[in-house]
Design a protein around this ligand. Structure first.
Ligand SMILES: [Zn+2]
Length: 83
């Protein structure tokens, strides 16, 4: 579990990508939005782009599918209006 995965350099800026735990990662499912803490991801040290491995994505999907066990929060929904 502590073994960190080697990521390729960033596709966007060529920066170094290292494994971090992402807090408040947002996932849009078909009907549901979920926010997940502590998701392991490669994060570009220059531009902050995040790279999720397929195996991690599958685990997050399983987590969200089991939604009865999840904590719920309410979030404000707003629309940006140009003045
Ligand atoms: Zn980058």
């Amino acid at each position: 579990m502590n073994k960190s995965y080697k990521y390729d350099n960033c596709n966007f800026c060529g920066g170094r990508v290292s494994e971090r735990r992402v807090q408040k990662a947002c996932w849009w499912g078909e009907k549901l939005l979920a926010i997940v803490d502590n998701v392991p991801a490669g994060v570009c040290e220059q531009c902050g782009e995040k790279y999720y491995r397929a195996v991690i994505l599958r685990q997050v999907e399983n987590l969200i599918r089991n939604r009865k066990k999840l904590n719920k929060i309410s979030v404000p929904l707003a629309e940006f209006v140009t003045r």
